[in-house]
Unconditional design. Structure first.
Length: 170
């Protein structure tokens, strides 16, 4: 698989790729929170951060996956959650990680995750996991994440587990 890293400067060039993979991953999802009409807002919000990074993977036949995120500004954290006292320093918020269904369960998710994490110089990585997906949360825990809180960032969003992985003690 070929991996390519994108930055804030590349956001408009990679936007349609992100939306297309999102559409494929959520094709059978009836919840409007995951709709094509809503998702561009989040792509634009995150990719608008100067420190935004995205790693996308391709096979010969086309796009397979991506992960993106950005460092929180000092003091920043997930809306609707409290940051624990021991999570201080440089923190990367991994906002999205998507793998098309054909490649799910093949180790691609961890590969793209690790590629993104290697691209940032941080002490902690955090992400939100939909609480109705305990197998996904268990996978992140296997990768070294620990549940620290729960959050509902918007009125119509799912309840998320806030998970954190320590990379370096600050």
């Amino acid at each position: 698989m070929d991996l390519k890293t994108y930055t804030h400067a590349d956001a408009q060039d990679v936007r349609s790729l992100l939306l297309d993979i999102h559409d494929e991953v959520y094709a059978d999802e009836p919840d409007p929170f995951h709709s094509r009409e809503r998702f561009p807002y989040y792509v634009d919000l995150w990719s608008g951060h100067e420190g935004w990074l995205c790693v996308a993977g391709r096979e010969d036949w086309g796009p397979v996956e991506y992960a993106y995120g950005s460092r929180f500004k000092p003091g920043g954290w997930w809306k609707g959650a409290d940051r624990t006292r021991d999570v201080r320093g440089r923190i990367c918020a991994l906002s999205e990680l998507m793998v098309v269904s054909r490649w799910q369960g093949t180790g691609r998710a961890q590969q793209i995750h690790d590629a993104l994490i290697r691209s940032v110089e941080v002490d902690f990585v955090t992400l939100l996991v939909d609480s109705t997906h305990p197998r996904v949360q268990a996978l992140y825990e296997k990768w070294g994440y620990e549940k620290r809180d729960e959050a509902r960032p918007s009125d119509d969003s799912p309840l998320y587990a806030v998970v954190v992985r320590t990379l370096r003690k600050s």
